[in-house]
Write a protein that binds this ligand. Structure first.
Ligand SMILES: Nc1ncnc2c1ncn2[C@@H]1O[C@H](COP(=O)(O)OP(=O)(O)OP(=O)(O)O)[C@@H](O)[C@H]1O
Ligand SMILES: [Mg+2]
Length: 251
């Protein structure tokens, strides 16, 4: 074992003439607590889309535990241990919080089936669903349809769904967006509670959150990795300050 959970090799993605991903060689070690930062439009979400199979790369490879997953579908990658949350969420808006999470638990157990088919009263599914809702402090919202939840709390449901997959690699695209700062601690607590073997990569523009979560930070600018380092190295890097953080940034 090399200790690398996720790796991209010379990954490229173009949308027509727009070269959004430009030869990214990226490695996420097993158990990493890593952040991906960079200006709007740098290609952060696109990189997650390529890793998870939402988009197909124009060139390059993606490896999970050193196994080439470039040709796998989104669902296959999810079964192989990749889970992510979306910047724009993809929940079943008419279904309750409880049902959204329960479906994800059932899916992992291979009893997903049709949305129309009741899952019955499987106590294991219900118990696990409730445990996830408790972890994300969603119990008071359990019976509300997703569409009635504030955007920030919808992001918490997405995290619960990602955790329901029991992933080996967890990719979070702006998990705190829309959550009041007072609730950021919840995200930190959830990440801190994860099995230390799970690798976490978090995209966020909230530098306070990023610097509290990440042991390493990768900086993406204009589709390429500008640099990577510890929070101290990144906050002291004049190129990162110029491209993204601003000259006044103080970690
Ligand atoms: N499906 C698509 N078709 C065409 N262009 C796209 C597509 N997806 C992304 N892009 C473009 O690729 C570039 C990178 O977008 P991306 O969403 O990856 O940026 P980002 O770093 O996540 O930005 P933000 O911080 O605003 O979320 C942008 O110019 C965007 O318009
Ligand atoms: Mg994005």
């Amino acid at each position: 074992m090399s200790g690398v959970s996720l790796r991209t090799q010379d990954l490229h993605k173009s949308f027509g003439a727009l070269h959004v991903t430009q030869g990214i060689d990226f490695a996420l070690p097993q158990g990493a607590r890593q952040a991906l930062i960079g200006p709007n439009g740098a290609g952060k979400t696109t990189l997650l889309n390529l890793i998870t199979g939402v988009e197909q790369p124009s060139a390059g490879r993606i490896l999970l535990d050193e196994r080439d997953i470039t040709g796998l579908s989104e669902a296959q990658r999810s079964r192989a241990g990749l889970a992510r949350t979306f910047q724009i969420n993809q929940l079943f808006r008419a279904l309750s919080v409880f049902d959204n999470v329960r479906l994800a638990v059932a899916e992992r157990l291979g009893i997903g089936g049709s949305l129309l088919k009741p899952l019955g009263r499987r106590a294991d599914v219900t118990d696990e669903t409730l445990a996830l809702l408790e972890k994300l402090q969603l119990v008071p919202d359990a019976l509300k349809p997703i569409r009635e939840l504030p955007y920030g709390r919808q992001r918490l449901v997405e995290i619960a769904i990602a955790l329901a997959q029991q992933p080996r690699v967890l990719l979070l695209d702006e998990p705190a967006a829309g959550l009041p700062t007072s609730e950021h601690q919840l995200i930190l607590d959830v990440i801190a509670s994860l099995d230390t073997r799970i690798a976490v990569l978090m995209i966020d523009h909230d530098m306070d959150l990023v610097f509290r979560v990440a042991e390493r930070i990768t900086v993406l600018v204009a589709g390429a990795i500008l640099t990577e380092g510890t929070p101290a190295e990144i906050s002291a890097d004049s190129r990162v300050r110029t491209a993204y953080l601003g000259a006044d940034f103080d970690a």
